[in-house]
Design a protein around this ligand. Sequence first.
Ligand SMILES: NC(=O)c1ccc[n+]([C@@H]2O[C@H](COP(=O)([O-])OP(=O)(O)OC[C@H]3O[C@@H](n4cnc5c(N)ncnc54)[C@H](O)[C@@H]3O)[C@@H](O)[C@H]2O)c1
Length: 268
Amino acid sequence: MSNFTGKVVIVTGAAHGIGRATAKLLAGDGAQVVVADINDAGGAQVVADIEAAGGKAIYIHTDVGKHEAIRSCVEETVSKLGRLDYIVNNAYWSAHGNVEELSEGDWDRSMDIMLKAIFLFGKYGFPIMRSQGGGAMVNIASVHGLAADRRYGVYDAAKAAVINLSRAMALDYGQDGIRVNSVCPGWIITNDGAIEEKYLQRAASIYAVGRTGVPDDIAKVIRFLLSDDAGFVTGHALVADGGLTAQLQDSAANAVTAHLLAELGQQG
Ligand SMILES: NC(=O)c1ccc[n+]([C@@H]2O[C@H](COP(=O)([O-])OP(=O)(O)OC[C@H]3O[C@@H](n4cnc5c(N)ncnc54)[C@H](O)[C@@H]3O)[C@@H](O)[C@H]2O)c1
């Protein structure tokens, strides 16, 4: 178990999904967690859950698509908790569609939330980390940063850029004791019950480990990358996808075909 006692971490998009799991995991290991989100009710619930488990957290309403909100999130963190050691850029919203379908506003808002927010959290967060002797940032990319999908252009572009921006930041800030890494998750089920079981099983058939992911799978990877155990790891894009991208495309196609035939066999 990692020990984050005395450390302060901002987790964006921490009211739900991977961010929520990460906030709870880090708080359980002693970190003081800033739950930064626009979902005020969800964020308050995460803080209440952490406190009920004996941990420490505060909620700061932060629209990561807005410059001023990021600056004030960092300022409020330091004024309320006294320091800033880690930032997890996880918040997510994206428009979907091909380039004709996407409006310029959709493009800009998606890019602001998924990419520009990382630039701004670095701009305001790194000077504080440097003054404290170091820190770490983990940015959540995706397997969509490694390969593309239909009607996912802005998401694919943002996530590929997250990987390379993280590398660039790692180079610029390594001498200051600040490590920057990204994580590329495969499909992580964050909306339990909303997806029909048969679709989940079909998806699972193309994962080498035989299942899609859960938020804790990624939270544990984030914890490792923030921890001192990863002290020699920076500029790395850690793929946590159950083997999805380890395979050739025909391997995935064969797996899902076999699964569908088995499904049909069961029906007959
Ligand atoms: N779930 C997956 O399958 C998967 C796969 C690969 C990568 N990812 C990445 O992991 C991260 C988390 O995804 P998730 O599935 O847990 O998402 P989610 O939809 O479950 O949660 C996203 C959170 O971000 C918050 N949010 C949205 N817009 C915001 C804004 N402008 N400012 C602050 N907070 C905002 C939401 O309120 C929510 O709490 C994202 O970066 C996503 O791209 C997810």
